[in-house]
Design a protein around this ligand. Structure first.
Ligand code: ADP
Length: 401
């Protein structure tokens, strides 16, 4: 039958050709010339059309490349999942997010990258998106191909019947910051409650039994309340410094600071605050550094204040500055009670106070050195301590030159 058809076709084509040839034979020369002209015009038209097609194709290819770039390098991981939850499409960011190559990712079940404890939640989420057909977000604990966990924010929408398109962002860092903030807030409230409780207790006793107390008992209660208030005030000041630093982190402008001059100025302030102590300044090498003055002042004054607070009256506190090669080192040395080696790391952690607080004055806030560390690191320096119990401590920090 097929053969029959192709023979039929051939016969028809030959008949048509014969008809055309007959037509051509019957044409006048003038007709032929005009026909040739028309053919030439058609040819040019075709060439133009061809050129346009080529250009359109090139443009389409460029657009596709641009789209692929946008898709691949978007700051979000994109995945398309088929009805069996297998990955059928993933952009480069998505591959990097899961720490694997595209070829090994395709056809894998997406569930493999969801923390097993979350697989039920993910199943329900997926079901809901498919049923409702609307875009929905979720936070999921996920894991990379090597099992490393991360927190993801997922935005899913339905594409074609059973397919899902997911946009995935790694929010681990944000989660961590949130947790640190929460922890910090609860620490601050806890830390503030202690002095407040002491103050309240003392004042309550004074109000309720004031007249029955001896002069000495009243004086003690008042003194305790005073010290607790002072410690609260210190803490609020430290917190203000921390938040001012956070808020102004980007705004602080650097200027040329004459470090020895700044040290003499701060030593003057410390002498006023701690009249029973001797303070000395020794400087070597370059004097001027580019730094945010307020940062330097806060750090040095905190160290001077601690040096006096944690050593006996009459002792000497020395401030040294020495500029070498790429950095200036500023050190504050005291002859105080020192710090046990095992405690030295803890010093720069929030609300860490060691053993006995300062023998005189208000309770420490445990925030001073935290502020110092933040400020020193903010200008690219390091801070550390060398100390020997009952011999004294040296706190040093660097300012890059
Ligand atoms: P604060 O002094 O307000 O408690 P800091 O963060 O400044 O808070 O210090 C934390 C702890 O480190 C202090 O409670 C104290 O135990 C210890 N410390 C700080 N500086 C010295 C020092 N120069 N000598 C001995 N101990 C110190």
């Amino acid at each position: 039958m097929g053969k029959q058809t192709s023979e039929d076709l051939r016969r028809k084509a030959e008949a048509q050709l014969a008809e055309r040839e007959g037509l051509i034979k019957s044409l006048e020369r003038a007709d032929l010339e005009s026909l040739a002209h028309e053919l030439a015009v058609h040819q040019v038209e075709l060439e133009i059309q061809n050129e346009e097609l080529r250009r359109t194709r090139e443009e389409a290819e460029e657009a596709r490349d641009r789209y692929l770039d946008l898709f691949d390098f978007a700051p979000v991981g994109y995945f398309t999942l088929d009805e069996h939850n297998r990955i059928v499409e993933a952009n480069l960011t998505g591959c990097q997010l899961l720490k694997t190559g595209r070829s090994s990712l395709l056809k894998q079940s997406f569930t493999k990258f969801v923390n097993p404890e979350e697989s039920d939640r993910f199943y329900l989420y997926r079901k809901k998106v498919l049923e409702d057909g609307t875009r929905q977000t979720a936070e999921l604990r996920m894991q990379k191909v090597d099992g490393a966990p991360f927190h993801a924010q997922v935005l899913a929408s339905r594409v074609k019947e059973e397919r899902l398109r997911l946009a995935v962002i790694d929010v681990t860092e944000r989660k961590k910051t949130d947790e640190i903030k929460d922890e910090f807030l609860s620490l601050v409230s806890h830390e503030m409650r202690t002095p407040l409780t002491v103050m309240l207790g003392g004042l309550q006793t004074l109000v309720a039994q004031g007249t029955q107390l001896t002069e000495e008992e009243r004086a003690r209660l008042l003194e305790d309340a005073y010290l607790e208030t002072a410690s609260l005030a210190d803490m609020v000041n430290n917190l203000l410094e921390l938040s001012r630093y956070r808020a102004g982190r980007l705004k602080l402008t650097e200027e040329m600071v004459d470090v020895p001059r700044l040290l003499y100025h701060l030593v003057g302030r410390a002498e006023e605050q701690h009249p029973g102590y001797k303070f000395e300044v020794e400087c070597d090498g370059m004097r001027r550094v580019s730094a945010a003055r307020i940062r330097l002042e806060t750090v040095v004054y905190n160290l001077l204040d601690n040096a006096a607070k944690y050593s006996a009256e009459g002792s000497t506190v020395r401030v040294l500055c020495d500029a070498r090669d790429i950095e200036m080192i500023v050190s504050v040395r005291d002859e105080g009670k020192g710090i046990a080696v095992e405690d030295q790391d803890k010093l720069f952690t929030q609300f860490e106070r060691l053993g006995q607080d300062s023998p005189v004055g208000p309770r420490g806030t445990g925030l001073g050195l935290v502020v110092c560390k933040r400020l020193v690191e903010a200008h690219g320096g390091r801070i550390w301590v060398k100390s020997e119990p009952s011999k004294g401590s040296i706190f040093s920090f660097t300012i890059p030159l």
